[in-house]
Design a protein around this ligand. Sequence first.
Ligand SMILES: Nc1ncnc2c1ncn2[C@@H]1O[C@H](COP(=O)(O)OP(=O)(O)O)[C@@H](O)[C@H]1O
Ligand SMILES: [Mg+2]
Length: 420
Amino acid sequence: MKEFSRRVSQKIDKLSPLQIQNLVEGCYEQTEMFDSIFQSLPSGLIIVDENFCLIKINKAAERYLPFKINPEDSKSENLPVWNFIDDEEIAKFLQNAHENDKTNISEEYTVSTSGGAVRFIDVYLTPLVQNQNLDKNLIGSIIRIDDVTEKRNQEVLLHRMETLAGLTNVAASVAHEIKNPLGAISIHIQLMQKAIKKKREGDGLLPPPKYAEDYLDVVTQEIERLNKIVVDFLMAVRPISANLELVNPNKILTEFISFFTPEFTEKNIELESDLCGCDVRLLLDAKLFREVIVNLSQNAISAIEKKFGVDEDSEKRSRVHGKIRINSKIENDRYILTFSDDGCGMDEITSSRVFEPYFTTKSNGTGLGMAMSYKIIKEFSGDVSIDSAIGEGTTFKIELPVPQMEKKLLTFRENCSGEN
Ligand SMILES: Nc1ncnc2c1ncn2[C@@H]1O[C@H](COP(=O)(O)OP(=O)(O)O)[C@@H](O)[C@H]1O
Ligand SMILES: [Mg+2]
């Protein structure tokens, strides 16, 4: 096409008006076709010149990005694109890239749609190069925007599949757990059958009701145990359906602390907290987040009681001097929650197995609290790690991403408080 255009431009004065008309029409059709392709691409594309002023934008880009003013209107004013993008972070990313001559870079952002849903987008910046003869000239940049919400959802799904892969271990544990109550039920039914047979062969009467009742009580208890195993199993393997909303984790923690402080005091456990003052909001399911905190607290209490001992005698109970510390802060755009206790701590093997379903070191434990908490934190796109020393205590560190639109608000609030 380029070669063709060059040749035509050299011979244009030799062409008849009809030939020129045909040529122009051909060019017009080609342009129309390229434009249709450009507009139909699922990726958002913004083509800018060396000064980052708009050359062309497609429909997908308009759908994904929030704009302050119509990009086409701003074109006439020759303003760089960051002036009309209504998202401070994305605008800053582009301006920075231009000022520091950076290219071939990308960043992920969260944007909310007009319907209020949160979507994840990737913004890529690549050079726009024009080949002239053998030279390559940089004539601008291509900004590509991809909606990666589905990809993110797929990642969550993949994580669930991985959890399912771990199910073989869980199934083995469940089979093992089921064997004991089944054995007990079988033995007690056999005992009852034997007693009935003996009586029938003897005086022909049924065994005294006490016999039957005792055996049936055991059978009932064991059936209940079986039921609990099945319910716990379902809880461990069922995917969590998190209802993610923008919520303030510090508020949930404050409510939790004020609600549970009497219980800690009663157990002679001191509760210390230092929550970062900001009212940051994260994409969480408040109910599930609370469940994680409750699980962490229950384990911390057990660990403290294991180390210091519990005594029903209230005077002796004053010997228990455990401490739980809950801290939160924002670091590198992530919300960090640390939950520490000075309880019995764990050895390396125990800490490496804490999140395994059915792993417990307690005689009455289910081994599901931390497995569930791990699943929940992963559902929030977060991470959890353990730092524990035997005899000294344990710290759980939960890291959660701060949505990009919240980062904006935080910076704004910080600036405001700085001005006061
Ligand atoms: N804060 C802690 N201190 C010491 N050990 C802990 C702590 N939290 C969890 N663990 C260990 O991890 C295991 C699994 O915890 P969890 O999944 O909550 O199940 P459960 O509490 O029913 O045992 C516990 O049995 C314990 O050995
Ligand atoms: Mg627990």
